[in-house]
Structure formats: C-alpha cells, structure tokens
Design a protein. Structure first.
Length: 161
C-alpha cells in the first residue's frame, strides 16, 4: 500500500480551562526523541475498517490509554505531505493525563545493528493553548485546529433552546 492510499483516523480532544486547550501526542521512538515543535500530532492510526469514527476511538485509546466518549464532530479530512489522508473527530474532554499509557512497537535500533528494541508509539501527551498547539502540531494538521475554532465560535453564536 502506498502512502497516498493510506488512511488514518484520530481524535482531537479539547477542553476549556477557562481558555481553549488542545490535547496533542508526541510520537515515541528514537527518530522523534529530540523533535518538538512541528512534531506533535492528534492521536491517530491506520483505518482498518470502513468505520472511521470507530477506528479513531480505538486508536486514541491504544495510543493514550484514555477512553474517548464523545459526542464527536467530524472535521474536514486532510492530506498529509506524505500523501496519507487523515480524518479527525473533535471531542470535548478534560482527561486526567496521569492515566496516560501507550501501546509499543518494535524496531531494529540502532540501524543495521541486528538488535531489536521496544518503543512507545506515543511517549507523552499534553494539553496546549491554541497558540502553542499551532507551533507543536505537525504543519499538515494545523487546519484541524482552525476548523475546530470555527465550529466552537459558530456553536457559541447559536441561539439557546
């Protein structure tokens, strides 16, 4: 499967404390160890079935150990520089990040050493202000932040029932 045909789905969790904060995940493994700004992502993973939301919820839980419960707002999918299509679902949640845990993967490390090491898929998660989140997130995912803000502003202007 080429990167152009790969599809991922994830959850962009946010809270209002009192200002808007976004939950982002830092990728684990040796290649990301010393990267920070422009390296964080929404918790996401490859879609293995046709149900994008189910995949997004499963991947969020596998990568963070946290359970997303919704309600969810679908955001406009984005094509990453690699060609991968990413679907995101926004959800308001104030998670206790002390409960964070991530699944792991194995890879040969150091390269060509013949030794295999185990690394967390995500090595940390954090809530960031909108300004800081825009700096931290992968450039190809910044539009998710902008769209979420538009949705929240539109909801704030809607008449009360």
């Amino acid at each position: 499967m080429t990167r152009r045909s790969e599809v991922s789905a994830g959850v962009l969790a946010f809270r209002r404390k009192p200002a808007l904060e976004l939950l982002l995940a830092h990728p684990g493994g040796p290649y990301w160890r010393n990267k920070d700004e422009g390296a964080w992502s929404i918790p996401k993973g490859n879609v293995e079935s046709g149900d994008l939301l189910a995949c997004a919820k499963r991947e969020f839980n596998e990568e963070t150990g946290l359970t997303p419960t919704g309600p969810f707002t679908a955001l406009t999918p984005l094509r990453q520089k690699s060609g991968k299509m990413v679907h995101a679902f926004a959800m308001e949640a104030d998670f206790d990040l002390s409960r964070f845990s991530s699944n792991h993967f194995e890879m040969e490390w150091p390269p060509r050493s013949g030794k295999t090491q185990n690394f967390p898929e995500i090595d940390r998660v954090a809530y960031f202000s909108v300004t800081k989140a825009r700096r931290k997130i992968l450039p190809g995912q910044r539009a998710f932040i902008d769209e979420l803000i538009r949705h929240l502003k539109a909801d704030d202007k809607s008449p009360s029932a």
